[in-house]
Design a protein around this ligand. Structure first.
Ligand code: PGA
Length: 264
């Protein structure tokens, strides 16, 4: 299977000109890499334009999505709006939104549901805080976030199983995000395994097996190899390193080399 590398630009860069330059520089590298799937998630203001321009060259994702289709939801962006701009993915439940905007598991659940129902590929972020990590509560946190985030999804999609394949889960230990202190590949793999076990309880077996589990948290070109060779990890969600075109180019080049398509 192809490795999936998602670039979460967060609230960067500051101007459209810079965003265009960054996208163009990444495209220059990604065009040559056929075995890795790369997704760019710029801020909403740049997303529609960049995605319309380049949707045939690279995949795009929103950093969030709202759960309603339309109406009086100031600031909201619906799954349909994203799709009609050529956007294929949406990051949902990122810890920065949970923390700064008080997004709850219940809100995350509605977003995942709306995204999948509309044929968007949902990247559900889960992960424990430092406190939970030191208390040894990682498994419980992951189970809770997955159970709440994916509640009822199985029943609703029983008739449209294909849509469930559009789900990706990103394991992002909060303490590793933007700190320069990534989780070890071994422990990240263990967490990914817990996620997969939980997915098997929540979704039809065949689909649970196919769902990609990513690692995110201080990923760089120096440590990506260690994560991608782990059996349970199918790719990475990259923050800081994704807004440096040269650094991100190295990351996707390594992922390209490690994709099974090439090895088989
Ligand atoms: P980071 O961010 O790579 O800067 O740690 C990852 C993320 O928040 O998705």
């Amino acid at each position: 299977m192809k490795k999936l590398i998602v670039a979460n630009w967060k609230m960067n860069p500051a101007t459209y000109a810079e965003a265009e330059r960054l996208a163009a520089a990444v495209l220059k590298t990604s065009k040559k890499l056929k075995n890795v799937e790369t997704v760019l998630c710029p801020p909403f203001v740049w997303l529609a334009d960049l995605s319309r321009k380049h949707e045939n060259e690279i995949a795009f994702g929103g950093q969030d999505v709202f759960w309603e289709e339309k109406g009086a939801y100031t600031g909201g962006i619906s799954p349909k709006m994203l799709k009609s701009s050529g956007v294929r993915y949406a990051i949902i439940g990122h810890s920065e939104r949970r923390r700064h905007l008080e997004e709850t598991d219940a809100m995350v659940h509605k977003k995942v549901h709306a995204a999948l129902k509309n044929g968007l590929r949902a990247i559900l972020c889960v992960g424990e805080s430092l406190k939970e990590h030191t208390r040894g509560e990682t498994k419980q946190v992951l189970r809770r976030q997955l159970n709440k985030g994916l509640a009822g999804v199985r029943a609703l999609f029983i008739a449209h199983r294909a849509l469930l394949r559009n789900l990706t889960v990103a394991y992002e230990p909060i303490w590793a995000i933007g700190t320069g202190m990534p989780e070890t590949p071994f422990s990240a793999n263990k967490a990914a395994k817990t996620i997969r076990q939980e997915l098997k309880k929540l979704l039809p077996d065949k689909i649970a097996k196919e769902i990609r589990v990513l690692y995110g948290g201080s990923v760089t070109s120096r440590n990506i190899f260690g994560f991608l060779v782990m059996p349970e990890i199918s790719g990475a969600l990259v923050g800081g390193a994704s807004i440096d075109a040269k650094e991100f180019g190295k990351i996707i080049a390594i992922a390209n080399l490690l994709s099974y398509d090439r090895l088989s």
